[in-house]
Design a protein around this ligand. Sequence first.
Ligand SMILES: C[S@@+](CC[C@H](N)C(=O)[O-])C[C@H]1O[C@@H](n2cnc3c(N)ncnc32)[C@H](O)[C@@H]1O
Length: 567
Amino acid sequence: MCDHDSRKQRNSKSNKKNHKRQQQQASQQLNNNNINHNNNNNHDPDDPDWEDSPGKPYKVKISPTMGRYLVATKDIAAGELIVREEALVVGPCQNAKPVCLGCLKQFDGEHYIRSSDNEDCDRCMGCQWPLCCPTCPGLERDDKAGGQAVRLGHTDEECAALSAAGPSGRRVVDLRARTPLYNVIVPLRILLLEKQDPARWKAIHKMQSQDDVRRQIPGVWQANQLGVVDRIRNEFGLQQYPEDVIHTLCGILEVNAFEVGDGLRALYGVAFLLAHDCTPNTSHSDDELRALSLRASVPIPKGHAITLSYAYTIQGTLKRREHLKESKFFDCCCSRCSDPTELGSMCSALVCPRCGRPSVLPTDPLQADAPWRCVPPRLEPRPGAKQEQPCPGYEMTAKEVKEFLDKLTDESEALDHNDVVGLEGFLVKHAARLHPNHFLLLGAKHSLSQVYGKVQGYLIHQLPDALLERKLTICRDILSIFDLLEPGVSRLRGITLYEMHAPIMILTTRQFEANAISRKDLRTRLREVASCLEQAAHILCLEPESSSEGAVGRAAQDALQRVRQWQ
Ligand SMILES: C[S@@+](CC[C@H](N)C(=O)[O-])C[C@H]1O[C@@H](n2cnc3c(N)ncnc32)[C@H](O)[C@@H]1O
């Protein structure tokens, strides 16, 4: 991470005055330098809400580069729960497919389609926005979750706002197509909170909107003007909400919202403070009511920053940094981004057309326009081995690399990720130009690790030994990279460990039945299966029970019991 404060600062109460002075200085510096932050937001370090969080394993610090962020106030163990909190607001993502405004579920199943009366779905009697059914539980005014009233659904106030200038929901005509009309729902829900629930409204207004930065990006500002501000004020007739207030809410959502559920976004009062790191030390999940649980994925020593990743793990530095700059408005300088080899994973490396080694790397990964060069690793000469020839030298411009990656990314995005032949074909086609760990190949391998054994024609017990071996090799390959880039208690690791157990188990059984392995080998292999399942269950049983990952965790536990009986 760029931030050096996180390593030096201490949290003890005796240091409080000093700490407060540091915070004030840092805050002052922020305002003076105007780095990445706007002045509309509540950054007051004297705000008592930003003091210690008694009894919590974290507290808030301020750094000149990152703004506010959380640090551990004690040693936190891997898997330990750091924060569990309900959402302040939830609703559809930008350009989402239509959802029921009550329960926020998409209209996918037949359950929602009514063909008899030429009507595609039920609609709210007032605003005419689509609903899953007239008795959707999300239409009740309060959703009592954990004893605390949380409004997640469609309230009377929302209905009144959406019908102020006539029933606006009639404009949602196709339930399967993405519609920008839904972009207004979350900003509107926040606007309504000012009267409905001032405490939540206040909590949301502590978040950064980065208006000053976003105003300079015409694509961003103009899209919000047309898609959200003008709609709320002109189409829906809600002129009482000033333009700048709505723009600020758009910014708060862009900078701080978490993607939750299926096509939804939500704001959280503590978790928004987490700084980004491309190799984070936490993982998070959300349950049916969109409550968020944040756990340490690796041990976090007292005083260290608590981080999460705002970007995809299976993505190269060039694209990750571009995404962070365009959507979160900062330049990531974390240890993965600063290292051309991405912590030794080589997941951006290209094959050199001159020497054939997969060693073409950015000369400076923190400068998007720096050239890429072939830098083969130095190998110690081995006695008797043929002398390695040095690369005659190869360089690509950043523009060439970007064009090349864009072309391959389009190709990879067009792949059907359930199509074994297509995915394997993609791996073969690009093996000559990409390192085997390249993120584009890793993405295809990640899909293959799951579809081998699951899709028609490739069901697990139908797979010949060679394809079971293939699934196993792919799982081992990707796991070794996830161990570097997303270590510890991470869903990617948990699912991959679960996927690994089946091919080992079936190959072992087949070989034992054919007398091809000894009892001793059998015991060794069963120990490996048990170890995969134990780790998978340990990771995935922390996921919400209702989630698909939680279900895999339970399946891992059941399978582990069966293996132990065998053992
Ligand atoms: C969700 S907010 C995090 C809380 C924020 N720091 C605050 O004070 O409100 C995301 C913003 O924090 C800053 N940030 C987070 N992680 C960062 C990092 N690793 N390097 C630089 N800035 C970071 C960026 O300004 C980013 O847009």
